[in-house]
Design a protein around this ligand. Sequence first.
Ligand code: ARG
Length: 270
Amino acid sequence: MNRALMCNPRYYTVDYEINPWMHVREKPDTRLAAVQWKRLYETLIDLGIEVELIEPVKGLPDMVFTANGGLIHDGNFILSNFRFKERQGEAAHFETWAERDGFEVFRLPENSIFEGEGDMLALPSSRPGKTGRLVAGYRFRSDIGSHNLVSGILGLEVVSVELTSKHFYHLDTCFCPLTEDIAIYYPGAFDEYGLKVLSSTFKNLLPLEERDARHFCANAVVRGKDIIMNRCGEALRKQLNALGFILHELDLSEFIKSGGSAKCLVLKLD
Ligand code: ARG
């Protein structure tokens, strides 16, 4: 990843509850959220990532989670169709931004729910210039039917897995590929079939303990050997270091109050 999209948390708050982490009575501290967001932004810049910003919109507090605005691959932008009306207003803003930025924008049929990079990840490939395939989650947010549509548009094979735990409602809350062969995942968020699919797709699957999963350790931004995530447990840190990864741990507590962390706050542009 060399370019990414973020959205300033100026209007970020928890005003509605659309996942089990959100409680309107436990508002995030907006000042602290701004500090945490800025640290994430600066960490990406320090790693050499060019960060674009989309203008935040009053009344759309979750727009800060840019990973849900769509999915980008090879200059194509597949616009999200959000499941909940609370977030549906975001789509028009992501669409305008993508058009201005020169992406070819694809819209799915209205009844095909799809939440972008939150539920669909392109697997890194060792073949130069080629993305191997897509791994996609469905049930709580994206519909399985959207997987085939996106796979058809992008001309990439898709591997679909069902998500089984309400707390891990987007694929990027419980699964994170680190390389073509290595991925971290939370076993408690998949059924037996999903686990089988993941283990036949990755040579080295690192299971997260429930505690790390609840700290959103799977919701990590990965760039080469660098991994940015919310604070993680000692065992996971050691495991990742032993594999040669460099961990950048940031406290993202205020965003976890909305059910998101590092990865949700960043949309990959290439
Ligand atoms: N409050 C947001 C929602 O429920 C959080 C989104 C987090 N994004 C993600 N990619 N997991 O939609």
